[in-house]
Write a protein that binds this ligand. Structure first.
Ligand code: AMP
Ligand code: ZN
Ligand code: FE
Ligand code: FE
Length: 280
């Protein structure tokens, strides 16, 4: 059985709608998947409907951007209750912060002679859930750059001139709200950050898993994080971080890599012990 616990939809910065995504999941031979959109649960209801119709299992998820000091981490939440009031108000505040950040990025670009109206960027974002990829795609369409990758390399990537951090969300708050909503918090793609010294502190704050399998983790890296998980008594998650084909660095394929069934069963058992409503 193929399991992919990290895919994105157009409810955040993915290119496929939840329904289209379910089709891609099925075509990729994946049976269990989790939509983990950036700072939103807006795609989950449609994903679950499409999964049911296609005979697939959809695990409700989210990927929250949060800061540990100056370091940006992504915290995945699994088996969350998307209707939970505290989670909804947390994500509502995040959406506002993303709008303010978009305006700050546009101000920086303007100072570099690049004028982009905010409406153009927001028009690409579902329900106001705007991120850097929407801005990158606007810059491509307006001819300022040749590709999304170039937009990140030149302007939007970490510490590039139009990069604006959003340190209003702290990692411990992200973990707490995931747990309040009945979910299991997992540190996304730790190999991308290379800040393993944070893991004990995050674990003390309620982190229960780490993402061992990710397209940016080479085999040796995944093996190393399996040992880290063992050492800290953490569960193991993994997935493709699929954003839709044609998205350069984040194109990839659904189900590559996937999560071993035994790891999924342990995650599911932990969620059940918590009283989460389990799908499938
Ligand atoms: P944001 O949530 O607004 O901070 O944007 C983060 C998202 O931008 C990531 O989840 C990726 O989808 C995308 N991204 C980050 N770096 C790159 C890159 N170098 N090339 C293409 N997309 C990227
Ligand atoms: Zn993304
Ligand atoms: Fe991420
Ligand atoms: Fe992701």
């Amino acid at each position: 059985m193929r399991i992919d616990l990290h895919v994105h939809t157009s409810a955040s910065d993915g290119l496929l709608t939840p329904t289209e995504l379910a089709g891609a999941v099925r075509a990729g031979g994946v049976e269990i998947f989790s939509v983990c959109d950036h700072d939103t649960v807006d795609g989950l209801a449609a994903a679950t409907r499409a999964a049911d119709a296609a005979g697939l299992t959809s695990v409700p998820g989210v990927e929250i951007s949060a800061f540990w000091g100056a370091v940006e981490f992504h915290i995945l939440g699994y088996f969350i209750d998307p209707t939970h009031a505290a989670l909804r108000s947390f994500l509502g505040a995040t959406r506002e912060a993303r709008h303010a950040r978009l305006r700050a990025m546009l101000t920086r670009l303007h100072a570099m002679g690049i004028g982009v109206p905010p409406e153009d960027v927001l028009a690409r974002a579902h329900n106001g859930n705007v991120g850097r990829p929407h801005l990158a795609r606007t810059l491509v369409e307006r001819g300022y750059v040749g590709s999304v990758d170039e937009a990140f390399d030149r302007y939007l990537g970490t510490n590039r001139p139009a990069y604006v951090p959003r340190p209003d969300v702290r990692v411990r708050d992200a973990i707490a709200v995931i747990r309040a909503a009945g979910g299991i918090a997992s540190l996304a793609h730790p190999g991308l950050h290379q800040r393993d010294e944070a893991i004990p502190e995050l674990t003390a704050a309620g982190l229960e898993a780490i993402e061992v399998y990710h397209p940016h983790h080479a085999v040796g890296v995944a093996r190393r994080y399996r040992r880290v998980a063992q050492r800290h008594n953490l569960l193991v998650t993994g997935g493709s971080d699929f954003h839709g084909s044609g998205e350069g660095d984040h194109g990839g394929a659904v189900g590559v890599p996937c999560l071993p069934e035994a790891d999924y069963e342990r995650l599911r058992a932990a969620a059940r012990a918590r009283g989460a409503i389990l799908p499938g």
